[in-house]
Design a protein around this ligand. Structure first.
Ligand SMILES: Nc1ncnc2c1ncn2[C@@H]1O[C@H](COP(=O)(O)OP(=O)(O)OP(=O)(O)O)[C@@H](O)[C@H]1O
Ligand SMILES: [Mg+2]
Length: 389
């Protein structure tokens, strides 16, 4: 069993008798302590040894406590700092707290109270460090997912595809079907990884986007072309409604393509045989917005109603629908609606969370209208753009 090493506390105070008393009490309480009689020595000790906590006197000859604190923070030291101040100097304390001190005590202090504050400050710091560590672990894991799992999968898809095309020798129709469904399963995993990565990128503001003027009809037509074979296998009618919008929207077309692919992929998953899926887009004048009936729980971008025109994209299906309780929840990460039969359809509950982040990145909004057993309609509203970008 590893034993935890004692926490290290640095006392920076020019009054040696106070510092010595403090040192005795802290060592008795199990801390490892050092003493610096001025700010300069204190900073040197901190750079050399690193400490969990500093007890820092506000007023000292030479560099003041406030200045030591400022230098610590500008050098990115995450050591917890408790300021020690004489009565009457409390106004300085406000400055110190703003600069990053976690607490302060007024001299003469009650030692039990001080020990409690020290323990609390060190525990808080430990929690923050653990949280940062977990965040880093999460980032590293997601990075690993993208490079170490996605790349081999892409290679697997490529190899199966070569076999499926018969380039390595003849394959019969049954074998083609099996190879095709292997490809689709691998592609599902790649989509999940992409969704997970991109949700993380949107959350950290690091999603690279290349916005251009895009005709939404073209994106929908491409989705219908891509998903037609899968729909035909399930005996589902996949169509693009005749009415189309010539209006352009300002989006990253590859991201919009993935949003639509997620919606159509879901519709295929949740629509039984002989059902139908319809994609459509049309433009809406500002005055027509109230008729569209955006549900009150949908958060629209701040300047949304200032646009003169919008494009309404819709993906509707005749599937098993979504219950009222789940209409908003399903846009959250890892949420899958309803019963275990839906769960058994696989997936991670990431697709719609990705769609929501992506649509709001382009100043739009997304929601679903549905009735159990009567199908669902996913609706996206995005502002039109006429000017060149
Ligand atoms: N067209 C639909 N009809 C019925 N339910 C749907 C439909 N689209 C989504 N859902 C419900 O919303 C849930 C969340 O969808 P989402 O796309 O986020 O995750 P998923 O499809 O389960 O997994 P993933 O997209 O990560 O592969 C689904 O599990 C399902 O319960
Ligand atoms: Mg999905």
């Amino acid at each position: 069993m590893t034993q935890q090493s004692p926490d290290k506390v640095l006392i920076v105070d020019d009054e040696s008798d106070i510092a010595q008393i403090l040192k005795l009490h802290l060592e008795e309480a199990g801390y490892l302590t050092s003493w610096a009689a001025n700010g300069e020595t204190g900073l040197n000790l901190l750079h050399a040894n690193g400490y969990d906590l500093v007890l820092l006197d506000v007023r000292m000859p030479g560099i003041s406590g406030v200045e030591v604190l400022r230098r610590l923070r500008s050098d990115n030291f995450d050591t917890a700092v408790i300021m020690m101040t004489a009565h009457g100097n409390e106004s300085l304390v406000v400055d110190c707290m703003k600069t990053g001190a976690v607490d302060y005590v007024a001299k003469p202090f009650d030692i039990d109270d001080l020990l409690l504050r020290i323990e609390r400050a060190i525990n808080n710091r430990r929690t923050v460090i653990e949280k940062q560590f977990l965040e880093q672990e999460k980032e590293d894991f997601i990075f690993m997912l993208s490079h170490d799992m996605k790349n081999p999968l892409t290679a697997v898809i490529g190899s199966i595809d070569i076999m499926r095309e018969g380039r390595l020798g003849p394959v019969n129709p049954e074998q083609v079907d099996y190879l095709q469904s292997s490809i689709e399963s691998c592609e599902e995993v790649v989509t999940m990884i992409d969704n997970l990565l991109d949700i993380q990128r949107f959350n950290t503001g690091r999603m690279p986007t290349r916005v251009s003027l895009v005709n939404p009809h073209t994106v929908l037509a491409e989705a219908v072309r891509r998903f037609s074979p899968a729909a035909a296998r399930e005996h589902i009618l996949l169509t693009l409604a005749a009415q189309s919008s010539s209006q352009k929207i300002a989006v990253d077309s590859s991201i919009l393509t993935r949003v639509i692919a997620n919606l159509v992929g879901n519709a295929l998953k949740f629509t039984p045989e002989n059902g139908s899926i319809t994609l459509s887009c049309r433009s809406i004048e500002n005055g027509e917005l109230p008729k569209i009936g955006i549900p009150p729980y949908v958060i629209v971008p701040a300047d949304f109603s200032g646009h003169h025109c919008f494009v309404k994209i819709s993906v509707s299906d005749t599937g098993n629908g979504i219950s009222p309780d789940d209409l908003t929840r399903i846009f959250e990460r890892y949420v899958q609606a309803g019963n275990s039969s839906q769960r058994s359809r696989g997936g991670a509950g990431l697709g719609l969370a990705f769609c929501k982040k992506a649509v709001s990145e382009f100043n739009g909004c997304i929601w679903v209208e549905s009735e159990a057993d009567r199908g669902s309609e996913f609706i996206i509203l995005l502002p039109c753009h006429s000017a060149a970008l």
